[in-house]
Design a protein around this ligand. Structure first.
Ligand SMILES: [Zn+2]
Ligand SMILES: [Zn+2]
Length: 98
């Protein structure tokens, strides 16, 4: 895992600002959202890359690490191509809400 303040090899896929490693700066989606249990607590916070405009890398769907690299985007459908530095998983992150 990178040290705090480490610059990512890539820039932010949204605003092209540098991405910097932070701890606890990323709010993961709450897996219980929409259920009665999801009403009581928020999502977990995780370590990951974050730009100054609070954009973050998508977490790996396999190991939940936010030590991921976004290396491609597409607009139809809106999604990101990313790879995980922790488990080497390649994944597609949909940007569609809901
Ligand atoms: Zn950004
Ligand atoms: Zn992973």
């Amino acid at each position: 895992m990178p040290a705090i303040g480490t610059r990512a090899a890539h820039t932010c896929y949204e605003c092209r600002e540098p991405m910097v490693w932070t701890t606890g700066g990323i709010r993961l989606p709450d897996p219980l959202a929409g259920t009665s249990k999801g009403m009581t607590g928020g999502g977990e916070r995780a370590d990951g890359y974050r730009c100054q405009n609070a954009h973050t890398n998508p977490p790996c769907p396999v190991c939940q690490s936010c030590d991921t690299d976004v290396w491609g985007t597409s607009s139809n459908p809106p999604q990101l191509n990313a790879s995980c530095n922790a488990c080497q998983n390649q994944f597609v992150h949909s940007l569609l809400e809901g």
